[in-house]
Design a binder for this molecule. Structure first.
Ligand SMILES: [Fe+2]
Length: 370
């Protein structure tokens, strides 16, 4: 039977009932400090002049990453127990967590919105064909790098949105490919059980991969910064265990469908894993961010080697980074997203990692010039 050394019975019950769990103060403070220290340099904005904050909400690429177990040991131990043990977790894919920040700046004046009016309900599954038992995204993690007060743009969670989503995937054993129809999450608008992330910097929220979530308005007009890595498993969830020893992740799905096991469920198409659809537009920002970081180092009289980015650590480091994040995979059936809100199929001429490699000499030139 699965053993629980890091999750209390209350925490286990909370995860199964609500689909998420908060682990306060779980990120080692040195990572919060180090990774937040050049946020404004990366953005190219003035922290103290909000007129330079030209976007309300944006997603950034990743420059630094460390094993999840090093970033947040206690939270990692709980993640392992939630999925049924560390040995079920993919040893490579997303095993490192990093500084791919999602920033919600909000704006000075905006209308109050009820969660039923939010338009961005989704789950994170842009790198595989989604079946009911897919475990490519077993857990969506929310690392909080700033405090998030009430009304401060914390992620909204739709707790009762898991059930209709599971029902839909049950009815589609052929699997669905991203980007999904908006109708897949339409039920969130009429849900009753919403929760909002409120946090202190360093808190980690562990959420089930099938828990719909959306960004909420930041009425306070400050920099709310999170990162959203995932926990990927090597095998699909097992929804038919003769011994009934289901992981907490599996229990959430069974509970949503009101079943004790689902022996009849069988995918009817092949499983697919591909380049993450939404990585493309984020990686477009790597080079300009690097150039700003290098220019900042120069202003401070520091050598280019003081800039901490995997993209300055050579081909081998970049290849490992790409493998960990799925950037080495071919594009999926619907290509990639050109922009944050792009749902249209788009297939660039070459995989993004090749294009990025082509750009690196330009960055090296910038280094040499400094
Ligand atoms: Fe998300």
């Amino acid at each position: 039977m699965l053993e629980y050394k890091h999750l209390t019975p209350e925490e286990r019950a909370h995860f199964v009932e609500h689909g998420w769990l908060r682990v306060p103060g779980a990120i080692k403070p040195k990572f919060v400090e180090e990774w937040m220290s050049n946020l404004w340099v990366r953005l190219g904005w003035d922290e103290h002049d909000k007129s330079t904050w030209t976007e309300e909400y944006l997603k950034m690429p990743r420059h630094r990453e460390v094993p999840a177990a090093e970033l947040c040991p206690e939270a990692w131990a709980k993640m392992c127990e939630i999925v049924g043990g560390e040995d079920r977790i993919d040893p490579v894919r997303e095993r490192y967590h990093g500084d791919q920040f999602i920033c919600n700046f909000g704006k000075e004046v905006q209308e109050e919105k009820h969660p039923s009016e939010f338009t961005g309900w989704h789950t994170d599954n842009d790198w595989y064909r989604q079946f009911l038992d897919s475990s490519g995204n077993a857990l969506t993690i929310i690392h909080c790098f700033t405090d998030i007060p009430p009304r401060g743009g914390g992620t909204a969670l739709c707790e009762d949105g898991i059930k209709p989503l599971c029902e839909t995937f049950y009815q589609h054993p052929e699997g669905l490919d991203p980007p999904f129809e908006k109708s897949l999450y339409a039920h969130c608008k009429s849900s009753k059980n919403f929760a909002f992330i409120e946090a202190k910097a360093g808190d980690v929220f562990i959420t089930h991969g099938l828990l719909p979530h959306a960004h909420s308005p930041n009425y306070l007009h400050y920099a709310r910064v999170i990162a959203n890595p995932h926990v990927n498993l090597t095998e699909p969830f097992n929804l038919n265990r003769p011994d009934g020893d289901y992981s907490l992740c599996e229990q959430v799905i069974l509970r949503a469908l009101g079943r004790e096991s689902i022996p009849e469920y069988k995918p009817t198409r092949e499983r697919l894993a591909f380049y993450p659809r939404t990585a493309f537009f984020k990686r477009e920002k790597v080079t300009p961010e690097l150039q700003r970081m290098l220019a900042d180092a120069e202003r401070k009289g520091l050598p280019p080697s003081s800039v901490d980015s995997v993209y300055l650590k050579g081909e081998k480091a970049i290849e490992e980074h790409e493998r960990r994040n799925g950037y080495d995979k071919a594009f999926g059936p619907n290509g990639v997203a050109q922009t944050m809100k792009d749902d249209a199929p788009y297939v660039p001429e070459a995989p993004k990692h090749d294009v990025l490699h082509d750009k690196l000499p330009a960055v090296k030139v910038a280094v040499a010039e400094i």
